[in-house]
Design a binder for this molecule. Structure first.
Ligand code: MG
Length: 335
């Protein structure tokens, strides 16, 4: 039913539900005009917004999944730098009279996302919007003593590696957009991969400790994000498509070709893509997510060559990733 709960009542409900999430970095959280945070080292800050009908649709999405994904997407940028996450600020725009169960679902998902990332909710804001729900997540963290990973630090000869598995999010998005608004049947393990993105904070920190200095998170698609790394590092790249860590369930559902295409262009996987220096010992990788070598950085002008069992696949090289301002919804962006 439409909510008649006011702004301050919602803030109080959120505060009570988030109270169990604690962080040594948050000295004073919700309830004062500012949060008071304490850090020992350089601070990492990132912010990320999710808009209804641009990034998600309630016709397709459970509100709790929308909340969880918004947290996971923002935290992913801290993972990409190999940092420790400390606190999250949640700003929320909601239309007047938004169904109370939707709001409760969003809060559920945000709390679950915070718990998955080991984060405290340090503050935020609620305001009315003219149309649609907007969630803006700002995450603060700190760098490890060993350093951070940057997009500009890959070198020709470094191996390209990716955590976890990739491609499922694109597959689910294609299924959703092709069949909406009627329900679609997607293997549950793939759907879960899409709605509940992984938190790779631990993996990012381990990469830093093992001497990795260049990484990016996969939010716009492997080829797109690899291009960002190449451009910032002034290097080229070669991807061996047969080595892409594609979920076997994705190959079963969509076939090998489609699975690899999804892995190359699919955004929203929120895995880490990184450059392993020559002395990186892959046998020492502790996980928990696997780390898979998929190619190498080369001398070059940020162009990417895609091979499949040694054969060049130019039709895959020209597949674009996601551009937020060029995309027009559907499989290019709206979930
Ligand atoms: Mg990012």
């Amino acid at each position: 039913m439409p909510s008649c709960v006011g702004e301050f009542d919602w803030i109080e409900r959120i505060r009570r539900r988030a109270a169990a999430l604690q962080s040594d970095h948050v000295l004073t959280g919700i309830g004062d005009d500012c949060a008071i945070l304490r850090f020992d080292r350089d601070v990492l800050v990132t912010t990320d917004a999710a808009h209804e009908d641009i990034h998600f649709r309630f016709a397709w999405s459970d509100p709790a999944d929308v909340g969880f994904r918004a947290v996971a997407a923002a935290v992913s940028d801290i993972s990409a730098m190999g940092g420790e996450a400390a606190a999250l600020f949640w700003s929320l725009g909601i239309p007047r009279g938004l169904d109370e169960s939707v709001m409760d679902g969003l809060i559920d998902g945000v709390i679950q996302g915070l718990a998955a990332a080991g984060l405290a909710l340090a503050g935020g804001n609620i305001s009315a919007s003219r149309s649609g729900v907007t969630l803006t997540m700002s995450v603060l963290g700190q760098r490890l003593p060993g350093g951070v990973m940057l997009r500009s630090a890959a070198r020709p000869g470094d191996r390209i590696a990716v955590t976890g598995s990739i491609g499922a999010s694109r597959y689910v998005l294609e299924e959703l957009s092709g069949a909406a608004p009627s329900p679609v049947v997607t293997p549950p393990e793939l759907a879960a991969r899409f709605w509940r993105p992984p938190v790779r904070l631990k993996e990012g920190q381990t990469l830093v400790k093992m001497g990795v200095r260049a990484a990016i998170d996969l939010s716009d698609g492997l080829l797109q994000d690899l291009h960002h790394l190449c451009a910032a590092s002034d290097a080229g790249a070669r991807v061996d498509a047969e080595r892409l860590p594609v979920d076997p369930a994705l190959i079963r559902a969509g076939g090998d070709e489609r699975a690899r295409r999804c892995a190359l262009i699919g955004g929203d996987d929120y895995e880490l893509l990184c450059a392993l220096p020559p002395d990186f010992d892959l046998t020492q990788w502790p996980g928990p997510a696997p780390l898979t070598v998929i190619g190498a950085f080369t001398e070059g002008d940020s162009s990417i060559m895609v091979l499949h069992h040694g054969r060049r696949r130019p039709e895959w090289e020209t597949l674009g990733g996601h551009d937020h301002l060029k995309a027009r919804g559907g499989p290019d962006g709206t979930t």
